[in-house]
Design a protein around this ligand. Sequence first.
Ligand code: CTP
Length: 394
Amino acid sequence: MSQKIKIMLGVTGGIAAYKSAEIARLLIKNNFDVKVVMTRTAEDFITPLTFETLTNSKVYQYNTVEKENPMLHIDLARWADIILVAPATAEFLSKILHGRADDMLTTSCLAFDKKIILAPSMNKNMWENKATQENYQSLKKRSIIFFGPEFGTQACGDIGSGRMKEPEDILKDLQNIVKKKPKSFKGKKVLITAGPTVEYIDPVRYLSNRSSGMMGCEIANAFHNQGAEVILVKGPCTYKEQDEVNSIEVKSAKDMLSSVEDNISDCDIFVSVAAVSDFTASKLSKEKIKSDKGLTLELTKNIDILKIISEKYNMFSIGFAAETDELKKNALKKLKDKKISVIAANKVSFTDGIDNENNSITLYWGEGLEKILKLKNKKDLAIEFVEEISNIYN
Ligand code: CTP
């Protein structure tokens, strides 16, 4: 019989704590060994007895003392294979970032040197607050794994990011982590374009497209994490890919095409996420154009990198279609016209789809096949995207 995986389930004081009971139940049902550690405020929302009954095991409270074992937090940290904190409040994120150790859960976390997973839960403004976002980024850099949060209606009535993932989804994510599935793109080479391109009009002005580069960088990370050798060719953007991803920075569509062509020949897959500027100035002015008069610009249609690559190289290629209207019709037209294998379409407007953390996409491929990837943060969406592409590609 294989050994059970030992989970320390940390419960902190947020309204989603009532869902932790379901997480504990699902973990037990799915053959995990579970010990629950609660913070003081978690007990305002749910009683230790609930967890004791569900796990059939002692629950550790913020001030649990065992006379015969003053090193309880060390023992708990040694016992667990994974610490999963769900819900993890904004306060808890801040506490473990700063190495605070003032109760059973924080001391156990500090004494723990394996995988820590946090499932944040908080009001959207608290999640979006710069302090929380900085804590979140710093914790990720320390290899702490995040499940969610998700976008949706919150207990306070607000709609936004900050909802804890549903217990079933947390279980699924955890199973994916412990399953050690074989990496689906091992041995494959993937070239990805990301970010906008800029097309100069004169030495100080340019045309560009709105793009944070986040989706392309996260897709590059997700392919890398699935074992692919990744080359990321990206236009000017602030979003950063993981350090292990090879990236080449470019400015114009012409530069982007030339970098892609330099690297594409031994690639298996081309993913064109870049928001390539559709137009370029017909004439580049060497001098700064004076602004005292109005200016009429003549624009030329830019080179279509995706079309050129898919026509010239016979490889699996994926395009993106950001559409304000007639999503399916426009996406299917691009799938056909650009002769690509898959198109990932998403709705955009002045406020949605670009420059924000969440997105949803629909994949179209083959003869009328489609798959909707629901609204979620772009990091998780990229992971799901790569999973789906692996189903289509393999
Ligand atoms: N693309 C490209 N080069 C361009 C324009 C687009 O490689 N000059 C790629 C994008 O990276 C994306 C796909 O083509 O994968 C679709 O881009 P989009 O701008 O939506 O399509 P266009 O063909 O430019 O059509 P339109 O802007 O008219 O909707």
